[in-house]
Design a binder for this molecule. Structure first.
Ligand code: SAH
Length: 218
């Protein structure tokens, strides 16, 4: 069961969470405002309601997690989105990251490989607020060739390598944010696609994600 009531207490906890994330180094005010506006407790079972505004990842079923707010803010900041851009997300999970992006005014195309998680989102009434999120059940390694090219690509699971098909689906000047490495930890990378199709790569901090897996799971 989930509870959909956003009280003053929740709002106060959210303000504190934003200050925590700011203190950890997030400076993009648009990202911080999106986190302040979104009731993260709606994305968790009510058993987690009291801890929903701690800066931690939590289980969402099927062995998957809702990312830590700091990690969501970090990836979103690196993505440098502008309103109306087309953003491809791999790993819908709880839809929290997709909602942060949608709140910032972009068109989100998000793919989830776990059928149960994909189906769960159809019943999630809060998401009616975001007609700018489109949901797909599929394998993120394949991307969405018929919906591209994309201005931005964000991968929210640990990628063993950078999938070339996702690079191919990016516009020139496009940005991809992807945690890479199949080990316990990943390095956050930002790839900028050049006009000639080549890619400039930047490396950032270390994170720990659930694995990006090949194929669908029903
Ligand atoms: N963005 C999510 C994070 C969820 S964790 C959130 O805000 O909650 C990562 C998610 O990626 C999991 O739900 C997992 O099932 C999914 N995933 C892993 N490999 C995938 C793939 N190849 N294609 C699509 N989704 C994948």
């Amino acid at each position: 069961m989930r509870k959909y009531e956003d009280s003053y207490r929740h709002k106060g906890l959210r303000r504190k969470l934003v200050e925590t994330i700011r203190a950890k180094g997030i400076t993009d005010e648009k990202v911080l405002a999106a986190i302040e506006n979104i009731p993260r407790h709606y994305f968790l079972e009510s058993a987690f309601e009291d801890v929903a505004y701690e800066d931690r990842a939590f289980p969402i079923g099927e062995g998957q997690t809702i990312s830590q707010p700091y990690t969501v803010a970090y990836q979103t900041q690196l993505l440098e989105v502008k309103p109306f851009q087309k953003v491809l997300e791999i790993g819908t999970g709880s839809v929290y990251q997709a909602s942060v992006l949608a709140e910032m005014g972009v068109q989100v195309f998000t793919i989830e490989r776990q059928k149960k998680l994909f189906d769960q989102n159809k019943k999630f009434a809060y998401l009616r607020k975001y007609p700018n999120i489109k949901f797909f059940y599929g394998d993120g390694f394949e991307g969405l060739p018929t919906y591209g090219p994309f201005d931005r690509v964000i991968i929210t699971a640990a990628a063993p390598f950078v999938p070339q098909k996702l690079i191919d689906q990016m516009k020139p000047g496009g940005i991809m944010v992807i945690p890479v490495d199949a080990g316990e930890y990943q390095i956050m990378k930002r790839l900028i696609k050049q006009a000639d199709g080549s890619v400039v790569e930047e490396a950032y901090d270390r994170f720990s994600f659930v694995p990006m897996l090949v194929g669908k799971n029903d």
